[in-house]
Design a protein around this ligand. Structure first.
Ligand code: GRF
Length: 200
């Protein structure tokens, strides 16, 4: 583990991807975890790892006002890269633009297939043989940003949304720290709407 780019992670829930990002920290340092949900399991994981946490509820606020609070907290902590990890709010266009190239998300499908919610249910309904996980740069359009890394995961006969989700989640935990290390090192960058990779 080594310090490097300062990372903020936004969560809403249990935070298993947050735990993978904490465990895989090399060339980046998670300095702040923000949850819009008080009592989210990920907050405990962060505290146990000695990482500062904040709860910023979204209730009763406009999207812009909520995002302005997120932005202020991230900038006060001198965050350079923001990772969405099970963060169940749609961010405003302004926030996405302000953090362009520095804002990452993980999605439990092989994008551009199966954007949005109820992913594993829809994968099973479609009868496809493979699913997977994708890490991408966030752009204003939901789940539409340029992909940084993907891992394919087989769909097994008899899979339920839960069994498929568990298999995809294992891939997510490998993929997200590796993708964040590449962005933190400057080896993967967003340029003119595309992800550009530098070989070292
Ligand atoms: C993950 O499957 C992620 O891809 C999706 O929400 C889930 C979050 O899980 N966006 P966790 O909170 O990281 O355990």
């Amino acid at each position: 583990m080594s310090a490097g780019k300062k990372v903020g992670v936004l969560i809403s829930g249990r935070g298993s991807n947050l735990a993978a990002l904490i465990a895989g920290a090399d060339g980046y340092e998670i300095v702040l975890v923000i949850s819009n949900v008080a009592g989210a399991g990920g907050l405990t994981r962060a505290t146990e790892a000695g990482i500062a946490t904040a709860v910023i509820p979204h209730n009763g606020k406009t999207r812009e006002a909520f995002d302005a609070e997120l932005d202020a907290a991230l900038r006060a902590a001198r965050v350079e890269i923001v990772c969405l990890a099970g963060f169940m709010r749609i961010l405003s266009d302004g926030f996405a633009r302000a953090w362009e190239g520095k804002l990452l998300n993980i999605h439990p499908s092989l994008l551009p297939d199966f954007k949005g919610t109820r992913v594993h249910e829809r994968v099973l309904e479609a009868g496809v043989g493979y699913s997977g996980a994708s890490v991408h740069f966030v752009v204003p359009e939901l789940d539409a940003g340029p992909v940084i890394a993907q891992e394919k995961v087989p769909v097994h006969p008899g899979d339920t949304p839960e069994s498929l989700a568990a298999r995809v989640l294992e891939a997510e935990h490998r993929l997200y720290p590796a993708a964040l290390r590449a962005v933190a090192a400057g080896d993967a960058k967003l340029e003119n709407g595309l992800t550009v990779f530098t070989d070292r």
